[in-house]
Design a protein around this ligand. Structure first.
Ligand code: DGT
Ligand code: CA
Ligand code: CA
Ligand code: ZN
Length: 560
């Protein structure tokens, strides 16, 4: 039976420790500690009895506990959590590290993060420190590792779903995500949400069922760890400085540094509250006004990485980025004939509902043995596609396949079979650890196959699971450009493959791209938004992306 006692006692104990840390009266500290022990040891669930009946619990503590039972925290605890230095709070997240030790490490050694603590222990800087024996230090190291594991970056699919859940759970006049998520990075460290809302949004936020732990609670900013382990920062900003706050908290830090320098050159100051000349407000309400006041084009968030965008925006030379609405189709999708879970009919209907001009079905080819594909099955599917085409006169169905690139660069079927497909994606699904030279030759051979149109998920990475294969990408992209083979931007968020830095390199070599969903189920079709984010981070225009092209131009590219 779950009792409220332990949690309430832990909160009171934490409050006692924070109270002591902030120089609180020692007598009261002891009375909080005694009350915490008494609550933990009380035989009945304090949620079902008068808290005042617990020995040692007076009126003031009872009030705090009643508030805790209502909403999982109490005002004085929230205040102290907000007041203790960020570095100390960060340290206290390390399992087995109490606030007393944290503040000692912070004040005497300047250690302000779990990372810094790990380095200090490894370097032996804490050897012989009173209260930190070898066993304690070893436990702290273990705690740091645990914390790192729970705080790892996640792929954008996980982060986006959580951000949308958080925004939907809160009442606000205005609410949006900023940070790396808005810049569409493929991995996200934490989620940054800005809101224009009454102060009560903070307690509403802390009480949400997805909150596992409140890391810091203040009036302007609350940080929580969610049940999935991700950190979410919620900031309440004044309505009139919405644009400035979005600009500041979208980052990247490097982009902001560059922008701030521009402001300083004009004798102005740029902060999260706005662009100012002394007391005079120059721009605060929208990002557009801020960039315009600085004499620049508006810089779309995915470009804000200090990768030349500031100079280009000043010169008025930013490219017009490809957008989701530019996509006219999807060139890599699966059905339940191989490892998809939806039928051909349902997938095609879902594609048509998205208003596509064309849609390619590209089930796996026979060399991926576990899929049990055969030429007969593929040809039978081709017949069904032709039948289905009659039901969807507005959308051209393309019968394709996802081939397997063998170690020598060959694919599943000979040319006379490949010729019968409208589109061939070719991907590496095995032998990931070949040497760089062999892998490079493998990709080049695949590009040189006249029937291979698109190299699927080229690096084969799976975020958090498998790294990229090793290849001389310059050589591969040169071959792709020369042979007219598109590189895929596989939008499936744990792939995000090619990643944006390689897309940028490939574009430099004159390569074209296909932004595909690699769908195995109907909801996956919507993943193309993530692929578009990758493309935008690489400065692609719609001309670079073959599946924004009208059908005729696409068919010419495919050369059938
Ligand atoms: P992440 O969370 O590692 O995926 O990356 P970001 O870019 O979301 O970084 P984060 O969450 O630390 O900070 C959000 C934005 O706040 C960041 O992109 C830029 C802005 N920012 C600007 N200056 C500073 C600063 O001095 N400190 C912090 N923490 N953020 C700043
Ligand atoms: Ca962030
Ligand atoms: Ca953050
Ligand atoms: Zn594949």
């Amino acid at each position: 039976m779950a009792r409220a006692n332990e949690e309430a006692a832990a909160a009171l104990q934490e409050y006692a420790e924070l109270f002591a840390l902030t120089g609180g009266d020692a007598f009261r500290v002891r009375s909080y500690q005694k009350a915490a022990k008494a609550i933990a040891g009380f035989p009945e669930d304090i949620a079902t009895v008068e808290v005042r009946s617990v020995p040692g619990v007076g009126e003031a503590i009872a009030k705090k506990m009643e508030e805790f039972l209502r909403r999982g925290s109490f005002r004085q605890l929230d205040d102290l959590r907000g007041r203790v230095p960020e570095g100390v709070r960060r340290l206290t997240r390390v399992p087995t590290l109490g606030p007393k030790t944290a503040i000692m490490l912070y004040e005497e050694f300047g250690i302000d993060s779990p990372d810094a603590l790990g380095e200090a222990i490894t370097a032996g800087r804490l050897d012989g420190v009173k209260g930190l024996g070898p066993k304690t230090l070893a436990n702290l190291q273990k705690g740091i590792e645990q914390l790192e594991q729970s705080g790892r970056r996640v792929h954008i699919g996980v982060a986006m779903a959580l951000a949308e859940q958080v925004m939907a759970s809160l009442e606000a006049e205005r609410i949006a995500y900023a940070g790396s998520l808005r810049r569409m990075r493929d991995t996200i460290g934490d989620i940054d949400i800005l809101a224009v809302a009454p102060e009560s949004i903070m307690s509403e936020f802390r009480a949400q069922p997805y909150v596992a732990e409140v890391i810091a609670a203040g009036e302007k900013k609350t940080s929580v760890r969610t049940t999935s382990g991700m950190q979410v920062d919620l900031r309440v900003v004044p309505a009139e400085s919405w644009g400035a706050a979005m600009q500041y908290f979208t980052g990247s830090k490097e982009h902001n540094v560059a922008i701030r320098e521009m402001a300083v050159k004009k004798g102005w100051k740029l902060s999260e509250y706005g662009l100012f000349e002394g007391e005079r407000v120059i721009a605060t309400e929208s990002e557009e006004e801020i960039y315009a006041a600085l004499g620049m084009q508006y810089v779309p968030p995915p470009m804000r990485e200090d990768g030349g965008e500031v100079k280009a925006a000043l010169a008025g030379e930013l490219p017009v980025l490809v957008e989701l609405s530019d996509l006219r189709g999807d060139l890599h999708t699966h059905t339940d004939l191989t490892d998809g879970i939806a039928s051909l009919e349902d997938m095609v209907a879902a594609g048509a509902a998205l208003g596509y001009s064309y849609y390619a079905v590209t089930d796996h080819a026979p060399d991926l043995a576990m899929q049990r594909m055969t030429l007969d099955k593929a040809l039978e599917q081709r017949g069904r596609v032709a039948e289905l085409q009659k039901r969807h006169p507005g959308m051209r169905l393309l019968h394709g396949t996802e081939l397997n690139i063998a170690p020598d660069g060959s694919v599943d079927w000979p040319g006379e079979v490949l010729r019968g497909f409208d589109v061939c994606v070719a991907s590496v699904h095995s032998h990931f650890t070949m040497s760089r030279d062999e892998m490079t030759r493998r990709f080049i051979a695949a590009c040189e196959n006249p029937y291979v149109d698109i190299i699927g998920h080229p690096t084969t990475r799976k975020i958090g699971k498998r790294g990229m294969v090793d290849a001389d990408w310059d050589a591969v992209f040169r071959a792709a450009a020369r042979t007219g083979t598109a590189m895929e931007i596989d939008s499936y968020p744990d792939r995000s493959d090619l990643p944006s830095d390689l897309v940028r390199l490939a574009k430099h070599h004159g390569v074209k791209f296909s932004i595909d969903s690699d769908s195995h189920a109907i909801p996956h079709l919507a993943h193309q938004r993530f692929g578009v984010g990758i493309a935008q981070r690489a400065w692609l225009t719609s001309d670079d992306v073959i599946n924004t092209w009208p059908l005729d131009r696409l068919l010419t590219f495919l050369g059938r």
